[in-house]
Design a binder for this molecule. Structure first.
Ligand code: GLU
Length: 312
């Protein structure tokens, strides 16, 4: 698992195999790759299959065919979150020992905690179960398996992001105490990501700006667990001309479609995507290596969305 970066920049692709890879994933992989390649670093691959019900083996095998076709490079072993229960469990015990977590009996509140909370899916927890008396807590524990939440402090978390401005967040305002372990004992996305990024020596996290508000949660967990911080780079989301997000959830254009139903090569695909996103000035095929020499990622700065058309 450990692959030392020898002070190199190390990034990661972190797909969740709950649907087919789509253009939005490809864009995020591309910028992650360019961010590290342009600094002489390397990429790693982590499959975020925490939620075994939603992440099906057939989707993982399609994903590997897509990754191969896209010709994305990575180093070291592939990490599967589904095999990392012990590492998450150790981190959880450390939080428990520090009296930072408490059981929460609120129903359905933790349903989505294993997936990354993309914008619009967030709930600000009012702290109901944090205020329970000890006797009520003990009584409830005999009736129901709880989820566990981490107590968040009333301070502001600030960081400088490669692409976005104004990155200052109060956890009380964006989410309140958040779930670190679900009632079905599946560890939450936030905890798993922090534990894995540290174990994989990740130094740069490049992902969609809909996950910007996860960064302060992850920074807080890093601090509680004594783990190193990372550099964040939250990139604009890819939308179509109607402003509709290209997302695997709405069954949008999958990489499998480009790979199997068109005669496009991956260099043609990358060339079109890079041109559509304004990373290059000419519409022509580019390998990823070529793009690392010519693509200008600074045009993504301060953007929350990018409209693409040619590739569609
Ligand atoms: N697995 C997440 C997703 O596919 C990405 C999480 C991350 O980059 O931190 O949305």
């Amino acid at each position: 698992m450990l692959l030392t970066g020898e002070n190199k920049v190390v990034g990661r692709y972190a797909p969740t195999p709950s649907g087919k890879l789509h253009i939005g994933n490809a864009f995020s992989f591309l910028i992650s790759y360019l961010d590290v390649a342009q600094q002489g670093g390397f990429m790693r691959l982590r499959i975020e299959d925490l939620d075994k019900v939603r992440c099906k083996p057939e989707l993982i095998s399609t994903m590997f065919k897509d990754l191969e076709w896209l010709d994305l490079p990575w180093e070291g072993d592939v990490i599967y979150q589904s095999k990392r229960y012990e590492a998450y469990s150790d981190a959880f015990l450390s939080l428990e020992r520090q009296d930072l977590v408490y059981p929460c009996f609120c129903s359905r509140a933790d349903l989505h905690a294993a997936s990354a909370p993309h914008t619009g899916e967030e709930i600000i927890y009012p702290g109901t179960c944090r205020r329970l008396s000890n006797s009520d807590r003990v009584a409830l524990l005999t009736k129901k398996t709880p989820s566990y939440r981490i107590k968040v402090p009333g301070k502001t978390f600030s960081f400088s992001d490669t692409y976005q401005d104004d990155c200052s967040f109060s956890l009380l305002d964006i989410c309140g105490d958040f779930v670190v372990r679900r009632a079905d004992k599946v560890f939450a996305y936030q905890l798993a990501v922090v534990v894995d990024d540290a174990a994989m020596n990740i130094t740069t996290v490049t992902r969609g700006c809909d996950l910007l508000s996860s960064a302060p949660r992850q920074m807080y967990l890093q601090q509680c667990l004594g783990l190193p911080s990372v550099k964040y780079a939250h990139i604009p989301l890819i939308v179509d001309e109607n402003g509709r997000r290209l997302s695997k959830r709405s069954g949008d254009i999958s990489i499998e479609h480009f790979r199997s139903d068109t005669s496009m090569t991956s260099s043609e695909f990358w060339g079109k995507l890079a041109f559509d996103c304004g990373l290059v000035d000419e519409l022509q095929p580019f390998s990823l290596k070529e793009l690392s020499r010519v693509a200008n990622t600074s045009i993504l700065k301060r953007k929350k969305q990018i409209v693409i058309s040619h590739i569609l």
